[in-house]
Design a binder for this molecule. Structure first.
Ligand code: COA
Length: 176
């Protein structure tokens, strides 16, 4: 692994993980078989599980934990300080993204939130509260608009994959 034009300091990276160019990874731990795209910025102490995909331009500060099998879309912004100021004391609030969740493009996740297992955060959402397991949330502030484990949603995805330019390889259903 030799990403070019990158800063990588004290990073633990698991087997099979691909890290693309122009990333900034500092004192963090990344599991196995992950894909970290270009322009991703990951701070000290961040923990990332196995089989995690992080698309370009995403910011993951200290205090964020990402479990296995999570998809993070492009331009996703996590935060860790509720009342940011240029100086003085601040309180770190920790954020967790549980196994199997997906976060859509350009979502913002406020500090201290947990995104539940197999949940889906819509593109452009601002997540201000915990997201329940399997919930689909959208908007600013993000509200529940459905659940990934319902037959209605699964059927919608099946129909979506039955035509057009379908790519990728066969895999288990991502939302049990
Ligand atoms: C959240 C998501 C999965 C919902 O898909 P869906 O179930 O097919 O949703 P629908 O298109 O049927 O929309 C349902 C409602 O939610 C709203 N909605 C859908 N996506 C939304 C979004 N990103 N922000 C706000 N509202 C949204 C729709 O306007 C619709 O509202 P209405 O009932 O008032 O008309 C999808 O819209 C989404 O954002 N996917 C993420 C895409 C992404 O970022 N991919 C990254 C890899 S490139």
């Amino acid at each position: 692994m030799k990403p070019r034009f990158s800063v990588l300091r004290d990073v633990e990276v698991g087997e099979g993980t691909r890290v693309y160019d122009q990333v900034n990874l500092y004192k963090c731990r990344i599991g196995r078989n992950c894909k970290i795209d270009a322009y991703v910025y990951i701070e000290e102490g961040v923990e990332i599980g196995d089989n995690v995909k992080i698309r370009a331009f995403t910011f993951i500060p200290t205090g964020v934990k990402i479990e296995d099998d999570v998809f993070i879309g492009p331009g996703v912004i996590f935060t860790n300080d509720r009342y940011p100021r240029v100086r003085g004391r601040w309180r770190l609030q920790r954020t967790t993204v549980r196994k199997g969740a997906s976060i859509g493009a350009r979502a913002v996740v406020l500090p201290g939130v947990t995104v539940g297992r197999y949940a889906m955060v819509a593109a452009g959402s601002v997540v201000t509260r915990d997201v329940p397991d399997y919930a689909i949330v959208a908007g600013n502030p993000a509200k529940v608009i459905g659940y990934t484990n319902t037959e209605v949603f699964k059927e919608k995805v099946r129909r979506h994959l039955s035509g057009g330019e379908v790519r990728g390889e066969e895999a288990d259903w991502p939302w049990p």
